[in-house]
Design a protein around this ligand. Structure first.
Ligand code: TXA
Ligand code: MG
Length: 315
């Protein structure tokens, strides 16, 4: 059993001590739970890849408590400052060029010259980062390819005993991973849709987002076709449940649905509920599959649909 402790001062102190000594600690952020390690410690970072079964070509996000800590790690062109001012702390990850002599393990970049950095908004996460006093590498705290965790119990269910502690801060407010944007140039490149909608990013950037396919920038190595997947098959754009299927609705509740992402049709609420409801419905003793009704392709709906499409793609 992985020890779980509430996110209070004693738990934070214990978590920070573990991280400073090369341990692995799962902690809540406003997006999803992260599996943290000291980003300056090669062995600790290597343990993340091992614990998740994560391919080593897939780089990690480095979490920092403030913009001034970020500035020590990566070069910030004007576009990066504009996005950081508007969305940090928050659910945005910026891919930027790494500075020399940062002390960061090379493993976090998986061989790239860039580093993904994020200043999270979650108060407990920021307290932890300040206590550790070092950059913390943290992917989502799940087995690679599976559903992301939005509650402490999801972490305990997904990872084996080879992590040291789970800090339980309750459910995550946003419920979807951060939006990942390459901000090394003049035009932002969307690498992964997420908790900050594209429309909001474009309004601040003053230009449409490019996508990795439009440019010669390397795509986000983590964007595999099959990802975020529960054990049961997922069927999209369903109008009704097939035999033995659970039906996941959105808006306009109906009698035959098993659960609803947001009866009011609110995409923010749907995002916050997505992974929890998929975790709950992913029960082969009760269902043969999960059918999901159409979700509008706008705002957070884009990130929800991105996750659902990958979840529906067989591994
Ligand atoms: O909300 C989140 O982003 C959560 C919390 C814990 O912060 N973390 C998270 O990490 O979702 P992870 O490892 O599951 O996803 C990180 C994504 C992957 O798609 C990875 O390929 C991409 O970011 N990424 C990381 N570093 C990159 C880099 N240098 N260049 C391009 N993509 C990068
Ligand atoms: Mg992940």
């Amino acid at each position: 059993m992985i020890p779980i402790t509430p996110l209070e001062q004693a738990g934070l102190d214990r978590a920070a001590r573990l991280l400073r000594n090369g341990g692995l600690v799962a902690f809540p952020t406003e997006t999803v739970y992260g599996l943290g390690a000291d980003a300056t410690d090669d062995r600790a970072v290597a343990r993340i890849f091992e614990a998740k079964g994560r391919p080593t070509f897939n780089p990690l996000i480095v979490h920092l408590p403030t913009l001034s800590e970020v500035e020590k790690t990566v070069a910030m062109p004007p576009l990066a400052y504009r996005l950081a001012d508007a969305f940090w702390p928050g659910a945005l990850t910026l891919v930027l060029n790494r500075k020399q002599r940062t002390g960061l393990s090379r493993l976090v970049s998986a061989g790239l010259e860039t580093v993904a950095v994020r200043v999270p908004a979650h108060g407990g996460a920021r307290d932890l980062l300040r206590l550790v006093g070092r950059p913390v590498a943290a992917p989502s705290a799940n087995t690679s390819g599976r559903l992301s965790p939005t509650e402490a119990r999801h972490v305990a269910d997904s990872l084996a005993d080879n992590i040291d502690l789970i800090l339980d801060g309750g459910p995550c407010r946003v419920g979807l991973e951060s939006t990942v944007v390459d901000a090394t140039g003049d035009v932002p490149i969307l690498l992964r849709p997420g908790g900050v909608p594209s429309e909001a990013l474009e309004a601040i950037a003053g230009t449409p987002l490019a996508t990795a396919g439009d440019t010669d920038a390397p795509a986000s190595p983590g964007m595999l076709a099959s990802h975020y997947a529960p054990g049961l098959p997922i069927r999209l754009d369903a109008t009704d449940a097939g035999s033995g299927e659970a039906l996941l609705g959105f808006g306009n509740p109906t009698n035959n649905e098993t659960a609803n992402l947001s009866p009011a049709g609110d995409l923010v609420e749907a995002a916050a509920n997505l992974f929890r409801l998929l975790h709950d419905l992913d029960d082969p003793a009760r269902y043969r599959g999960i059918a999901v009704v159409p979700i509008p392709e706008m705002g957070l709906g884009r990130a929800i649909n991105d996750r659902l499409r990958r979840a529906a793609t067989p591994a």
